[in-house]
Design a protein around this ligand. Sequence first.
Ligand code: IDC
Length: 339
Amino acid sequence: MKHIKNKIPFLFLFSLCCTLVFCLCTQTAESMAAAKTPLERHGRLKVSGSHLVNDRDEIVQLKGISTHGLSWYPQYVNKKAFQNLRDKWGVQVIRLAMYTAEYNGYCTGSVQNKKDLEALIDKAVGFCDDLGLYVIIDWHILSDSNPNTYKKQSKAFFKKLAKKYAGHKNIIYEICNEPNGNTTWTQIRSYAKTIIRTIRQYDKHGIIIVGTPTWSQDVDTAAANSIKDKNIMYAFHFYAATHTESYRQKLQEAVNAGLAVFVSEFGICEASGSGRIDQSEADKWMQLLDQNKISWIAWNLSNKNETCALINSCCSKTYGWKRSDLSETGRWVFDMLNP
Ligand code: IDC
């Protein structure tokens, strides 16, 4: 009995040490898991049915932020900003919006402008590589309405990109932001098939997002005649104060029909990018996206004096924003990313 009694303090100390070691180990494992980058967590993405899945075939819902036009606001392409977005906001993907026709657009600006845009994309992709973020390179057609307007330029651009980035697991190609005007799905489909073929010569796996008619909203037409290729997704865009229930139905029906949809741009204000914010419609949209595990990207990272800009127009910081530096849209998006 005495013999055992002598050992009690020792046993107590021993079990305390074991508990401590166990706690330390699990804590480190946990914090290491938490420290993983989005790319380390998910690896190469692919499309399975109507979903985006990771390298373990688990459904992934990517959430992120789009730049404004790269020519307009190049200053937000900096590593600290991207790191803030990843670590403080919880962003997993950044969309690089490169306008083709507006304000120093890739197809309408000077030769030097084209080179500058390519260099900026290269820099941004480098930051995303370093930070393990997914990155969407967006051929942002808008006033040029029909992607066939600059098809030749698009082909050359995506050929260059696919050649350069084929080995990267984090690149997503968005080949026509928002076809509009009278552009039909047949015309977009034919454009897309050419660009997909061009990309696939070099990059066999990368996800490719195809825009849909009427500012990337007619996903029903795409669902009725989708493109037979692997890893293709279709863009659906909405602005919550303008687009409501009937648009949600359209999206849901396309998803039910098996279409893989990516909300590569949305705002919670009016489609003009300004006007009022509709929080209750925005909440309904988020519910739908969550239910269907649809990935989303909020428009836009800038301090432009417009409702959809995430940063207050009086704030000139290009990283390290505090909550008080954010616009109403910015605070809403932050909260969505950090529920
Ligand atoms: C808007 C910008 C605005 C810019 C304009 C150019 O927010 O600062 O002057 O483009 O025409 C879209 C487009 C996107 C628009 C956005 C808001 O993809 O380029 O950005 N929007 O109008 N589709 C629906 C809304």
